[in-house]
Design a protein around this ligand. Structure first.
Ligand code: CP
Ligand code: NVA
Length: 315
C-alpha cells in the first residue's frame, strides 16, 4: 500500500520530485500535445468531482488523453455519492474499474478516505484545504516568468524559485494554505496579507513549522507587497462557502490594485488561479494588464499536471 503514489497535498512529494516536475513541465510544454511518456497507455482514469470546474477538469482530461489514457468524468450530481453513498464504498467500487483518480471535493478528509480505500494513485483536484496541482502550476509559472525560455537544470530552477518573494493577498483559504505548504517544501520567501482576525489554520501552520517552513502574515497589503517578485490572490468566497457580506467587507480593502503593484518590484508578476471576480479581489485594470501571465498560468495546468501524472504513475 505504501508504494502507491498520491498527490493529496504537496507534502506527498519530496523537494527533489517537485523540482523534477518543474523541469519536466518545461520539457512537456516545449513538446506540445504529442509530449509525454505514454504512462497511461490502456489506463482508465476517473475524475470524481463534487464541485464545479473548468480548468482542472479539462486540463486533466486533456493531459490524460495526451498520456495515452482514457478519462471518465463523474460528477457527484450523477453519482450515488451525491445521494449519500459513503466515499469509502464509492472508492472500493471504482478501484475495480479504473486505474487512478482525480478527486475534487469538500473536506480534505474525503479525498484522504477515498485514496485509502481506492488503493490506486489519487490526485487531489482541490479540497476546502488544499489545491496542490494549482500551486505546483503557480510556482512553475512564476519560474517561467522569471526565467524566460532558458533550458535550465534542476539546480537553476531551485536557485530561481528559492530567491523569490511571493506575496498572497486575500482570504485564508485553500490557495493560501497551499502556498504555506509549498513554502515549507521549497523555502522561498512567503508573505500573506489578510485582514486582522484572519489566520491560517493551526494544523496547516504547524505542519509547515514541522518542516522548517516560515511565513509572515501582515495586515497591511502595501508593506506586504514591498519588493515582491510575485503577487497573487484568489476569490474572497470559495466554493462551498456561504456568501457572507461581513467577510467580503473585511476583505474588500485587500483588493490587489495599482497601489499594491507599485509597492512591488518593477518586474513583478501577478498570478490568479481563476475564476476571477473583477474589482473584488483584483482591480480590473491590474487583472487585464497581467492577463497574459494569468492565462499562461491556466495553460500551464496542462503541462504541469502531465508531469504530476507521470510522477504518480511511475511505479
Ligand atoms: N483554478 C481552478 O482550479 O479552476 P477550476 O475551478 O475551473 O478548475
Ligand atoms: N479558493 C477557490 C479556488 C478555486 C480554484 C475555491 O476553492 O473556490
Amino acid at each position: 500500500m505504501n508504494s502507491i503514489k498520491n498527490l493529496l497535498s504537496v507534502y506527498d512529494f519530496t523537494k527533489d520530485e517537485i523540482y523534477d516536475i518543474l523541469l519536466r513541465s518545461f520539457i512537456l510544454k516545449s513538446e506540445g500535445a504529442g509530449g509525454g511518456n505514454g504512462c497511461l497507455k490502456g489506463k482508465k482514469i476517473g475524475l470524481i468531482f463534487e464541485k464545479s470546474s473548468t480548468r482542472t477538469r479539462v486540463s486533466f482530461e486533456v493531459g490524460i488523453v495526451e498520456l495515452g489514457g482514457h478519462p471518465i468524468f463523474m460528477s457527484s450530481r450523477d453519482l450515488q455519492l451525491g445521494r449519500g453513498e459513503p466515499v469509502k464504498d464509492t472508492a472500493r467500487v471504482l478501484k475495480r474499474y479504473i486505474d487512478g483518480a482525480i478527486v475534487r471535493t469538500f473536506e480534505q478528509e474525503r479525498v484522504e478516505t477515498f485514496a485509502r480505500y481506492f488503493e490506486k494513485p489519487t490526485v487531489n483536484g482541490l479540497t476546502d484545504l488544499y489545491h496542490p496541482s494549482q500551486i505546483l502550476t503557480d510556482i512553475y509559472t512564476a519560474y517561467e516568468a522569471k526565467n524566460g525560455s532558458k533550458n535550465n537544470t534542476k539546480k537553476d530552477i531551485g536557485d530561481i524559485v528559492e530567491g523569490l518573494k511571493i506575496v498572497y493577498i486575500g482570504d485564508a483559504n485553500n490557495m493560501a494554505n497551499s502556498w504555506v505548504n509549498l513554502q515549507a517544501m521549497l523555502g522561498f520567501e512567503l508573505v500573506l496579507a489578510m485582514p486582522d482576525g484572519f489566520d491560517i489554520y493551526e494544523t496547516v501552520a504547524s505542519r509547515s513549522r514541522e518542516r522548517g517552513g516560515k511565513f509572515n502574515i501582515l495586515h497591511d497589503k502595501i508593506s506586504a507587497a514591498e519588493d515582491a517578485d510575485v503577487i497573487t490572490t484568489d476569490v474572497f468566497i470559495s466554493m462551498g462557502q456561504d456568501e457572507e457580506k461581513e467577510k467580503i467587507d473585511k476583505l474588500r480593502p485587500f483588493i490587489v490594485d495599482e497601489s499594491v503593484i507599485k509597492s512591488a518590484k518593477k518586474d513583478v508578476v501577478f498570478l490568479h488561479c481563476l475564476p476571477v471576480h473583477r474589482n473584488e479581489e483584483v482591480a480590473e485594470d491590474v487583472f487585464e494588464r497581467f492577463s497574459p501571465f494569468v492565462f499562461e498560468e491556466a495553460e500551464n495546468r496542462l503541462h504541469v499536471q502531465k508531469a504530476i501524472i507521470e510522477t504518480v504513475f511511475r511505479n
